[in-house]
Design a protein around this ligand. Structure first.
Ligand SMILES: *Cc1c(COP(=O)(O)O)cnc(C)c1O
Length: 435
């Protein structure tokens, strides 16, 4: 236990209850539950103030792709801390940002050569939407102000990103503030129907559609719904046919989560815009980015009135950029993606052979390091998922569910024995929660 002197676990909890306003939590729950008080996190583990350790089975909201505090990333951060921490991006630049942008252009799908830096995934999406909209405004298609986004989409919580999402629980409250989205048939109708719906919308409303926004291969927050690379390739064809934009939100799927560096790699396509977050700094610091093709960038040439009028105080934070560069160096120099392929087999085998057979489990699916199982049919309001969560905590794993969908998304380089333990813990927790 490494608690700061004079602050007990009980003090922390009572201050938290009295002063903190946490996300996605009712006031009653916030004021009655006992949150985990985390004192340290290293590698695959979290440690609480009672000295109990938990496997971080969801990489702390999918962000700690390389585990907690990898030494190389800590060292890069320390080095940068001694040099330069942050200056405004207005009229100034520095080595970390310039080098990072050039390195991203090397590693991104061919053609994505420009990077706009921001500080969270929602904003990365928000910026992509504004870029697409403004591009058509000033390049001869001013009627293009609508976006197509899928049922089950999640793209973040700021108003623009939330408009794209179609998760009822998130949109119910803010509906009147959100802009209208063109929505193809529900994914539950099957991908053929979704794709032919999008084709129809694109062909009949091509003067209106500024872009199609997708989470390629895995729709994360709506319950780890997986689709094939052909869906992504088809969407690229369809958007190309009417010359509108494909926007890939890789905030979750990027950096190897699905087995390839980018999910769009599996469809062999380059989107016009690509959004990155979460794994961008391997969850070390809040930093995100929107990547664009040269064509998109060129649509903003021609004077002041055509400039992208979007920016943030922390565009291109030097500390974040230094860490993000080291993340790319790790992917270049260490076999991270090969490691995902190996672990993906373990995850797939366990989910299909063991989890799928448990009474109460309705459906399983896996891709890359992600494995998911549906327990009830109540979606976000489901009560079985939270019981699995409680049981897993008792057994030593942090497995925050998405309602009745329980899943793992551990660090990509999770120790293989820890992965086995995590899978067995999930199995035991499901059994405990459904008996
Ligand atoms: C998490 C997530 C976001 C939002 O990122 P934040 O950093 O939480 O704002 C956007 N899109 C997808 C696909 C995500 O998984």
């Amino acid at each position: 236990m490494r608690l700061p002197a004079l602050v007990s676990r009980e003090d922390i909890i009572s201050l938290e209850k009295k002063y903190v306003w946490p996300p996605y939590t009712s006031s009653e729950l916030h004021e009655t539950r006992q949150p985990l008080v985390i004192v340290s996190a290293e590698g695959d583990y979290l440690e609480d103030a009672n000295g109990k350790r938990y496997i971080d089975g969801v990489s702390s909201w999918w962000s700690r792709t390389l585990g907690h505090n990898p030494p190389r990333l800590k060292a890069a951060m320390h080095r940068q801390l001694e040099e330069l921490i942050h200056v405004a991006a207005g009229g100034m630049t520095h080595a970390p940002v310039a080098l990072l942008a050039s390195e991203l252009a090397q590693v991104a799908p061919t053609g994505l050569i420009r990077t706009h830096f921001s500080d969270n995934g929602s904003t990365a999406v928000e910026v992509a939407v504004k870029i697409a909209f403004q591009y058509w405004q000033q390049n001869g298609r001013p009627g293009r102000h609508r976006f197509i986004a899928l049922s089950g989409a999640y793209h973040g919580d700021t108003l623009g990103a939330a408009s794209l999402a179609s998760i009822e629980e998130f949109n119910r409250v803010y509906g009147p503030l959100l802009f209208e989205i063109v929505r193809p048939p529900d994914v539950s109708a099957g991908w053929d129907k979704v794709l032919s719906g999008i084709e129809h919308q694109l062909l009949t409303r091509q003067d209106e559609i500024a872009g199609v926004v997708i989470e390629p291969l895995i729709q994360g927050a709506s319950g780890m719904q997986i689709h094939s690379p052909e869906v992504v390739a088809r969407l690229r064809e369809l958007t190309q046919r009417v010359d509108t934009f494909l926007i890939a939100d890789e905030v979750f799927t990027g950096y190897g989560r699905t087995g390839t560096m980018w999910a769009v790699d599996q469809a062999r396509v380059t989107p016009d815009l690509m959004c990155l977050g979460k794994g961008f700094t391997a969850g070390m610091l809040p930093m995100a980015a929107t990547l664009a093709t040269g064509r998109v960038y060129d649509g903003f040439r021609g004077g002041d009135e055509r400039a992208l009028m979007h920016g943030h105080t922390f565009c291109g934070h030097a500390l974040g950029a230094a860490v993000a560069r080291e993340v790319l160096a790790i992917y270049r120099e260490e076999p991270i993606l090969e490691g995902v392929a190996k672990r993906a087999e373990t995850v797939a085998r366990f989910f299909h052979e063991r989890i799928a057979r448990l009474p109460g489990v309705r459906r399983v699916r896996t891709l890359g390091s992600v494995g998911a199982a549906d327990l009830g049919d109540s979606g976000y309001r489901g009560r079985v998922g939270p019981k699995v969560y409680e049981a897993a905590l008792r057994l030593g794993a942090y497995l925050r569910p998405l309602g009745d969908t329980v899943y793992i998304a551990p660090p990509l380089n999770v120790d293989e024995r820890v992965l086995d333990t995590l899978l067995e813990t999930l199995e035991a927790a499901i059994i405990a929660a459904t008996h």
